[in-house]
Write a protein that binds this ligand. Structure first.
Ligand SMILES: [Zn+2]
Ligand SMILES: [Zn+2]
Length: 311
């Protein structure tokens, strides 16, 4: 034996991730809350947050039913206690902003003490018969709404989408802005929207300025990458560069609907953020949002030192 001691370069150590965008069986997630926690513990996560699709005033196949909200909150409270020595569990929701009449300010959500919430736009206006139009459904549904509601006018649709994002930020002040440029979901290969056009840059720029002013966190959502329906993250790299230049805090989230997805695409996202220059990502730890150093394999473990962060 040579007696040589091998050691990995620091960047190759496996460090823990955290994820705060997790869907469970209370909405369209495919597993029970506890199953996600067991997977998160297996992977060495120090914290995990749940963000079921919050109830809506109309029926969908993916939102939590209003009558289930109390049980969701109670179950997460139980799990917080059960696993308190192993993993920190956080109570969140992914709340749709529909319009002034339905948002996170609804009393339904206000009576629960959420640890955070993700504000997302999935619906843009409605068909002539009043049916709310989901922009992240099938391609057929997307292009049907695009034609019937927006007469195939890209600028009208995209400007309306960002107007709703601005209203949501202005009125609701979400902790985290979910998948900021989701409107591009059916735009692979720039089919209907050329992201390099000046008017589109102006829409995004206005939204980012408001996000910076309101001090929201922007989510880097990896679902597009591991589902292979985009070549790019939500938001895309050019938007991430603008976010970096405006010093807006970011978080990496997987939008998991399966337990195996809790950290899917994280290495890819971290590599993109590193390339752009981001030094830290946000982590909710000991009930406080903190900027933490990270590598492409995880968040620096000293961020999770109980002694360091306990008050
Ligand atoms: Zn979403
Ligand atoms: Zn989601």
């Amino acid at each position: 034996m040579s007696g040589v001691v091998f050691s990995l370069p620091e960047s190759e150590y496996s460090m823990p991730w955290v994820n705060y965008h997790t869907h469970c069986h209370y909405c369209d997630g495919k597993a029970e809350l506890e199953a996600y926690l067991i997977k998160a513990i297996e992977k060495g996560f120090p914290a995990c947050g749940f963000s079921s699709h919050a109830p809506l005033p109309f029926a969908t196949t993916w939102n939590m039913k209003q009558e289930s909200l109390q049980d969701y909150v109670a179950e997460i409270s139980r799990l917080k206690e059960k696993y308190r020595d192993i993993i920190q569990v956080y109570l969140g929701l992914e709340v749709d902003y529909i319009d002034e009449s339905w948002s996170s300010r609804n009393a339904l959500f206000g009576k629960h003490s959420l640890d955070y919430y993700i504000g997302s736009i999935h619906f843009v206006d409605a068909f002539p018969d009043g049916t709310h139009w989901s922009i992240d459904g099938s391609p057929d549904l997307f292009f049907s709404g695009f034609e019937k509601i927006f007469k195939n006018n890209t600028q009208k649709l995209v400007k309306r989408y960002y107007q709703l994002i601005m209203e949501m930020i202005e009125n609701d002040h979400p902790t985290i802005i979910g998948h900021l440029d989701k409107i591009k979901m059916h735009n692979r290969h720039q089919f209907f929207l050329n992201e390099q056009e000046n008017w589109y840059h102006a829409c995004v720029e206005d939204a980012l300025d408001l996000i910076a002013y309101k001090e929201c966190i922007v989510e880097i959502n990896t679902r597009s990458i591991y589902r292979h329906n985009q070549d790019d993250l939500y938001p895309g790299e050019w938007i991430l560069k603008r976010i970096y230049s405006k010093n807006i805090p970011v978080i990496i989230n997987s939008d998991a609907h399966l337990t195996g997805e809790i950290d899917s695409g994280f290495t890819h996202a971290a590599a993109v953020l590193k390339r752009i220059g981001f030094k830290t990502i946000m982590v909710l730890w000991n009930n406080q949002w903190r900027e933490c150093a990270y590598s492409v394999t995880g968040i620096e473990e000293k961020a999770f030192s109980i002694n360091k962060w306990s008050r």
